[in-house]
Structure formats: structure tokens, C-alpha cells
Design a protein around this ligand. Structure first.
Ligand code: ADP
Length: 606
């Protein structure tokens, strides 16, 4: 399965195509200055390619075919949406109504939701047949208790304008909390974590037993930590004062608080921490002060959140600054010994994380509170959330999506030439019984299959004849014969073991052709549409069985107009699920049904 993750800003688009199971990238595109005459894009960090005047749709149209060509199919699109308001507390499949709701939430996030929505509309128009899922930055914090949501403002105002705290960066906080728990070998539901996402935007979250219970951003991303250009916490009285004395109106305050403050405002040299660190090291007083204020604020929140949770098991640093600045981690962690958290300074200097190795401990091995650097990966988190929702949907829809199960007992397909060698010149196969797949039949003819160890007598031949001979057996049959045959799709016999067939008029030794058939489902294109799968998808199928319910993984979907809906399993598999085997030698319907659990992955045999 491949998911396209789209993150649209007002003048930029980030698009990543990835495998949600592993996070592996199949392609990345960054489009900048979208909506202007100077729009350009970069594919995989390559050279900029000018687009001329391009809006979001034109920019997407310019690169989507190139990304799509890198994978068999784009199975779903995950969209980052900043504000989900009260309503969207989990990833949500997008339809016209959800688009409208995201649009209405623009009042809460006027800088972010409108471009997010532009990206959604453009992508849905260009990829109308795949599910689109919105993943909200606020969703992870929907578990904030009411006391952490509230501002102490008059009730009537709060009610009329929907004023409350939401929190942001939720996708990142949730992701790094889970990575930290995995690394610690604990269930995230047993841990109290403080996650510090320090990038251009910065926020801290208290993640208590897997749920966000406090976070430093509020109704908007301006609250909390010192950020690249945002102020973070400011006495609201200061804003009143600025309105009165500096004659700033709403737009003026917006500009100051969002664009001119934070590290940029403090340092006077911009928002890039690397520059500020370099100048601070050279003795620049304002830059030293910027670092002091930045780190002090983070430490203050860590202390507060430890108190909120009544303790802390690990402190996590992530984001461009959290992952890369040993200096900031060192400063923040000073005086956290009372929480059992301190740094091993060598490890702190050496810390390096990436997507392959996302966690590095900068605390000593047996510290009471671990201090971890964790690489965030919001695109992977969005891809995974998108894939999970698609899988879950199929599960929910599964109630009426049943599939008849047939047991495929050991059998043989022959070429006409082989028929004549084994049964005599001019012999034609004699149909005994029609099989469920149109045109297929069990034959009167049977053969002996001779393996190195033992033989199997009276193995049924199926017709009609085929271009290549093939013997399909179960694992148990293989042990009996003394052959180690691979699990293969029917027809894929290259480099499989050979076997000897003995018939009434002759014997034939095949150089290759014995396989253990991959379990599969035959279906028509209409069935495939109903199940939401494609040819060669690999799915899971559940079989209800008295006392031996079983879920089969690695079930190959085979779609063709001429097929009839049916799942084929072999006798071993049928026995394991306590399904009554059919008559030996033919493919027998069992009266059992299976449910397609969910769509799992696209099958790539190589
Ligand atoms: P965003 O929040 O936009 O995703 P990032 O998480 O990439 O941003 O963080 C950007 C910040 O990380 C910038 O302030 C940058 O200076 C800082 N940063 C990146 N690399 C380093 C580094 N090696 N040392 C210190 N700071 C760094």
C-alpha cells in the first residue's frame, strides 16, 4: 500500500509518497511560491524547476503523475489539517461535508485551514477514486481534561466564540511518545512522558498513559514556548498596552506576535537557532539572552508538566532544535535532577537520530527518568493514520462482505502432450464434474505423484489442459512426498522442484512444476469494487468456525471478468480452521463463508 501525504501551506506544498508500514519514501516534492508567477518545485531535493504561474491545483498537477509513476498505485491520500476544532478528534475520511466543516473551522485557524483545504480540493479533483483522509494537528490533544482546555474568561464570551485551548503538533507528540515507549520497551499506556517538539513552531505536551493531558499551545499556536517568530506566553495586559500606546490593531498584533517575536524578536538576527547559537558563542548579548529565555521557558514547562502528571518517566526532545541542538538540550536539562532527569554530556553531544534509528538516549543508562532524543516523522504518522483508517473502514463494512470458501485438494494440471504421454496417444481429458470457476472441471483421470520419499495415489487431474504442467499439494503432502515446494501463485512454476507423474500408459518426470498454492480469492471487477480491493492486493480473511476461528493473512486477490467469487484454501488450511474438506481431488465448496478483514498491501512478488 502507498499513501500520498500532502501538507499545503498558503504558498507551499509538501508531498511525500510513502509506504505506511515502513515509512520508506518513494518520492518527495516541495513546491514553493505557489500562487505567484514564480512558483517552482523540487523533486527529491533536486534542482528547482520553474512552474511559472501556478496555483495549488496547477502545482499538484505538475508533479502528481511523476510521483504516481513510481508505485503500482496510490492507494490513499492523507492530508495534514491544522485545526479540527471540537468535532474532528481522529483521522476522518474526507467528503464534501467534511470539506465544508474544515472550511468553517478557518475562523479558528485563518492562516492554516484555508490552504489545507485548497490542497484537499485540488488533490481530490486529481485523484477522485482513492480515499482522502484528513489528519488533524489538534486531534491528539482532544483528550485534554476540561480544566486544561479552559481559559478563565467570561462564560458568555467563551460560549459565543468557542474560545478554548486545543493544542497543536499533535501528530508529532503522539508519534514520538509511541517511539519513546517502544524504545523503552514499555506500553505507552504505562508511561508519563513529556514531549518537547522544538522546531520553528515549539510546543510541549504532557502525555499521561498515552493521552495528552496538557500542552503549551492553546486556541492558536501563539501560546506557550518561545518559537522561531512567535512570542509564546505574553501577559495579555501587554497586548492591551500595545493597542493603547503603540496603536496596534488586530492585524498589527497578529503580525508582531506571529512574525516578529520569539527567537527573531529576542535575538535581532532572525529565527534560525544555528545563527543564534553561533553569535551567542561569540558573545552577542541579545543572542545569549534569546537562548536563555528559550531554554528557561522549556524547562519551566517541563517542571509544570511533571507536576500536572505527578511524575515523569521520560522527557523527549524532537523537532529541528530538539533533535539537533545539544546546547539547547543541555541548558533545558539543567536543574532537572530533582525529577531524576539528567544528561550524560558525552551522549548528549553525540546524539544522532534519523528515520532508521529514531531514538537515542542522552541520559545515563539507569537514570530514574530517561531523557531521549526522538526523530519525529509527521509524514509517516499521517500515512499510517490514513492507512489505518482505510483498513478499519473495510473491517466495519465487512458485515455483508462474505466470501464462499472452497477447499482445493491436491490436484494436477496437464498439457495436452502430457495427457497423451500418461494416458496414451490421442487421449482427451474426460470431464467428471464442473468446478465453480467457469470452464474448469475435475476429470475422471487420476495419477500417482512419485516423490523422493513416498508417493500419493489417485491425485485428481483438473481440466482443461494448460500450457504448462503443475502439481498443487499441501504442506503435509510435501512432507509425505519428501519435497520442499514453495508457496506460489498458480502458473508461477519457474525454479520449483520437479516430480514424477505415473499414469496408466506411461510416466512423465517434470523438471519443475510442484507448488504449494498461495491462498487466494477469485472475484470479478464488481466484487473487487465492493470489497475496495484491486487485482493482486494481499488481504486478510477471517473464517468463523466452531471453536477454531482463524484469520488468514497473505491472501492474494485475483480479479477477472470470468471469475466467480470464492476463496481457495488447501486441505491443511481447511483443517486448521476446522472446515470440512470436500471430496478428495476436486475443488469443493464448503458452505462456509469468510469475511474480508481489511485490505492490507499491494502484492509485489519481487
Ligand atoms: P518546522 O517546525 O518548520 O518543521 P524544524 O523542526 O525543521 O522546523 O526546525 C527548524 C529549527 O531547527 C530552526 O530553528 C533551525 O535553526 C533548527 N535547527 C536545525 N538544525 C539545527 C542544528 N544542527 N543545530 C541547531 N539548530 C538546528
Amino acid at each position: 500500500m502507498y499513501v500520498l501525504v500532502i501538507n499545503c501551506g498558503s504558498s507551499s506544498i509538501k508531498a511525500d509518497l510513502l509506504d505506511p508500514a515502513t515509512g520508506a519514501r518513494k518520492g518527495s516534492v516541495r513546491a514553493e511560491r505557489v500562487g505567484t508567477d514564480g512558483a517552482f518545485l523540487r523533486v527529491d531535493d533536486g534542482e528547482p524547476e520553474a512552474l511559472g504561474h501556478a496555483d495549488h491545483t496547477a502545482a499538484l498537477r505538475a508533479f502528481l503523475p511523476r510521483l504516481a509513476a513510481r508505485v503500482p498505485t496510490i492507494d490513499a491520500v492523507g492530508h495534514r489539517v491544522v485545526h479540527g476544532g471540537e468535532r474532528f478528534t481522529r483521522p476522518t475520511r474526507i467528503d464534501a461535508e467534511v470539506e465544508d466543516a474544515i472550511d468553517k473551522l478557518s475562523t479558528l485557524a485563518p492562516l492554516h485551514n484555508p490552504p489545507n483545504l485548497q490542497g484537499i480540493r485540488a488533490a481530490r479533483a486529481l485523484l477522485p477514486d482513492v480515499p482522502h483522509v484528513a489528519v488533524f494537528d489538534t486531534a491528539f490533544h482532544s483528550t485534554l481534561p476540561r480544566r486544561a482546555q479552559a481559559y478563565a474568561l467570561p462564560h458568555a464570551l467563551v460560549a459565543e466564540y468557542g474560545i478554548r485551548r486545543y493544542g497543536f503538533h499533535g501528530t508529532s507528540h503522539g508519534w514520538v511518545a509511541q517511539r519513546a515507549a517502544d524504545w523503552l520497551g514499555e506500553d505507552v499506556r504505562d508511561l508519563r512522558l513529556i514531549t518537547c517538539h522544538l522546531g520553528n513552531g515549539c510546543s510541549v505536551a504532557a502525555v499521561e498513559y498515552g493521552r495528552s493531558v496538557e500542552t503549551s499551545m492553546g486556541m492558536t499556536p501563539v501560546e506557550g514556548l518561545v518559537m522561531g517568530t512567535r512570542a509564546g506566553d505574553v501577559d495579555a495586559g501587554v497586548l492591551i498596552d500595545l493597542m493603547r500606546r503603540a496603536h496596534l490593531d488586530a492585524d498589527g498584533l497578529d503580525h508582531v506576535l506571529n512574525r516578529e517575536s520569539g527567537l527573531k524578536g529576542l535575538s535581532g538576527v532572525g529565527n534560525d537557532l544555528r545563527d543564534i547559537e553561533a553569535r551567542a558563542a561569540d558573545g552577542d548579548d541579545r543572542c545569549r539572552q534569546a537562548l536563555n529565555v528559550f531554554c528557561h521557558r522549556v524547562r519551566k514547562y517541563i517542571g509544570a508538566y511533571a507536576a500536572v502528571m505527578g511524575g515523569v518517566d521520560a522527557v523527549v526532545f524532537t523537532g529541528g532544535i530538539g533533535q539537533h541542538s545539544a546546547h539547547v538540550r543541555h541548558r533545558v536539562a539543567q536543574r532537572l535532577e530533582f525529577l531524576g532527569a539528567h544528561l550524560d554530556e558525552d551522549r548528549n553531544r553525540d546524539a544522532q537520530v534519523d528515520r532508521a534509528n529514531p531514538v537515542y538516549a542522552v541520559s545515563p543508562p539507569h537514570a530514574r527518568t530517561a531523557v531521549l532524543v526522538v526523530a519525529t516523522d509527521e509524514e509517516h504518522a499521517i500515512a499510517k493514520a490514513t492507512a489505518d483508517l482505510c483498513l478499519e473502514r473495510d473491517l466495519v463494512a465487512g458485515a455483508d462482505l462474505t466470501i464462499p470458501v472452497a477447499i482445493s485438494a491436491r490436484h494436477i494440471h496437464l498439457t495436452q502432450e502430457a495427457v497423451e504421454t500418461l494416458f496414451g496417444p490421442g487421449h482427451r481429458l474426460t470431464p467428471l464434474k464442473a468446478l465453480s470457476q467457469p470452464g474448469q472441471f475435475a476429470c475422471e483421470e487420476t495419477l500417482t505423484v512419485v516423490g523422493p520419499k513416498r508417493s500419493l495415489e489417485r491425485v485428481r487431474v483438473l481440466g482443461p489442459t494448460r500450457p504448462a504442467c503443475q502439481v498443487e499439494v499441501s504442506r503435509t503432502d510435501e512432507y509425505h512426498l519428501g519435497i520442499d515446494a514453495p508457496v506460489r501463485d498458480s502458473g508461477d512454476v519457474a525454479n520449483t522442484p520437479g516430480v514424477t507423474l505415473v499414469g496408466p500408459q506411461g510416466a512423465l518426470t517434470l523438471q519443475e512444476g510442484i507448488i504449494c498454492a498461495r491462498r487466494h480469492i477469485h472475484m470479478t471487477p464488481a466484487d473487487a469494487a465492493r470489497f475496495g480491493v484491486k487485482n493482486r492486493d494481499v488481504v486478510e480473511v477471517a473464517i468463523d468456525s466452531a471453536g477454531r476461528d482463524l484469520v488468514f493473512g497473505d491472501v492474494l486477490v485475483r480479479v477477472k471478468d470470468s471469475y466467480a467469487l470464492e476463496m481457495h484454501i488447501d486441505t491443511d488450511e481447511a483443517n486448521a480452521a476446522e472446515i470440512e474438506p470436500g471430496h478428495q481431488g476436486v475443488l469443493e465448496g464448503t458452505g462456509k463463508v469468510a469475511r474480508l478483514q481489511h485490505r492490507r498491501t499491494h502484492f509485489d512478488p519481487h
